[in-house]
Design a protein around this ligand. Structure first.
Ligand SMILES: [Fe+2]
Length: 182
């Protein structure tokens, strides 16, 4: 019996270097209600590094208040502890530079490594790398921070992250970048 050929895409079928008009039944609806996506370049005026304590900073990239979702780069500037936290949502992270790990696990994330965190996880983020690390994170929902006695301190959700960005911009005369708001 010969194998049945199942047609399928092995690669995108068009490599034409041009804008292609594709069918869309609901083009007008998308134009009225769709969200056009966003782009944030590398410039500090597009999004500055905002201090997060005295040994870390956050570069905010996107805020989606409808879904309590937000994206940013966390920069731990040298070896040290960020703190113990509990997730109430899911986090997708990629290590960009340096290394980071959690005291609770046996792995160490280096450049290009992928981290996925789920609701209910409690862990303590550290970097043992002399130059710290940069972590890209796409976060859903709230993260609760606790002190070294396990006492609840604060909930960091999309409102906290927006306020973190906007209050720094106000204090430093940096215009609010609308591209960060989905
Ligand atoms: Fe975490």
């Amino acid at each position: 019996m010969s194998a049945v050929h199942i047609p399928g895409i092995k690669a995108p079928p068009s490599t034409a270097y041009k804008i292609v008009d594709v069918p869309e039944n609901y083009r007008d609806v998308i134009q009225r209600h769709g969200i056009p996506g966003t782009f944030v370049g590398p410039g500090m005026e597009e999004s500055p590094w905002v201090p997060f304590g005295d040994k870390a900073a956050i570069r905010h990239l996107a805020f989606d208040p409808r879904n309590n979702t937000f994206g940013n780069i966390l920069w731990i500037k040298k070896a040290g502890v960020i703190g113990t936290h509990k997730h109430r949502g899911t986090v997708v992270m990629v290590c960009l530079e340096g290394s980071a790990r959690y005291l609770e696990y046996d792995w160490v994330a280096g450049p290009g490594d992928f981290i996925y965190e789920t609701p209910g996880l409690v862990h303590t983020l550290v970097s043992d790398h002399p130059e710290g690390c940069k972590l890209f994170g796409w976060l859903h929902g709230a993260t609760e921070f606790y002190d070294d006695q396990g006492r609840f301190i604060e909930t960091l959700d999309v409102w906290w992250f927006i306020n973190h960005y906007e209050s720094y911009c106000r204090e430093h005369g940096i215009p609010i970048n609308k591209q960060l708001y989905l």
